[in-house]
Design a protein around this ligand. Sequence first.
Ligand SMILES: [Mg+2]
Length: 382
Amino acid sequence: MLERPQAKGKGVAAHSPLPIRRVDAIPVALPLKTPMKMSGITIATAENILVRIEAADGRVGWGEAASAPTMTGDTLGGLVAAVRYLAPLLTGQDAFDRPALIPALRRALMGNAGAHSAIEMALLDLAGHAGNTRLVDAVAPKPLRTQVKPMWLLGNGTVEQDIAEAHTKEREGFHFFKLKIGVKPAADEIAAAHAIRQALGRNMPLCADANAGLTLTNAKRYVERTRPAKLAFIEQPLPPDDLAGLKALAKLRVPVGVDESIHSLADVAANARAGAAGVSLKLIKLGGFTAAYEAAKLCRRRRLKINVAAKIAESSIATAAAVHLACVAPNVDWGVSLTHFYLAEDIVKQPLAIRDGTVALPQGPGLGVEVDEAAVERFRVK
Ligand SMILES: [Mg+2]
């Protein structure tokens, strides 16, 4: 029998209670425009969990988390099971009482970061709708920015395709590109970095992400031989727990980022000590918005660069949450990765748009996106 949360959290008295009537876990499969090949996995369809929390007055909040077997260990079936396991702890409770609810959920179910993140996101969205406030206003004193410049991920079969796509995306306003590496032969990926640098010019921010797909020897070779291509950083070259390897690589005076290595604030601190220069923050890894925001503040204390990222690929629901996080993070020097752009179809009425190279912080209540429930039904995994 799960123990239901008891104590009321701070600040709850400011609102009339918002009792939760039902919690639904909705698995969806969202088609990508083109399959994305990364080290260890190719993604053609985004298998995500949606969490729909309905209050007694009929208001609804939405959350989303991507399955990420190679990053968080979350499979779609696991996400559904975790949300359904936690749902009885939420029904009947006051949706404003996150300070009591979130710790109770964490105590009831270890790990399962994606499920916790999607639930917290839905609670934040619901509270925002009920209180007519943006998500950012519920978590931070004031947003540090009201728009972000998204980066574009290049992961095609050939360098020619990457260059053609980069030029197209540059015309659409993208100003920061990330190369997927750790997939093709090392010599080809080194040559590609030079060719893409030449095609984009020396001022275009460019980085590379290996998704833990390199050996230390290959990682050293890659960073030494791509030095003239002036990559802003190389992300997760080595396996997530290889702190000794990270230390050895950082000695080459190259900015190394970590992504798959980060699942907690303790991971941020440990990787900083090992020489990481920056981190990629994703809500699904830290277990939710609040934890990711705490990690961002820790990054400031450790003088780490920050990349705020949604997972390949999340709809405008979770991507909106990433934009809110990017607008309160102390820095986004290593870019913002928004992934609804890679979907063939979105599940909100007005997907987050890029205008003049920027995506604006949504101004509506909660996440600031309106979910298209008919589209959700179309993509629901039966
Ligand atoms: Mg990454």
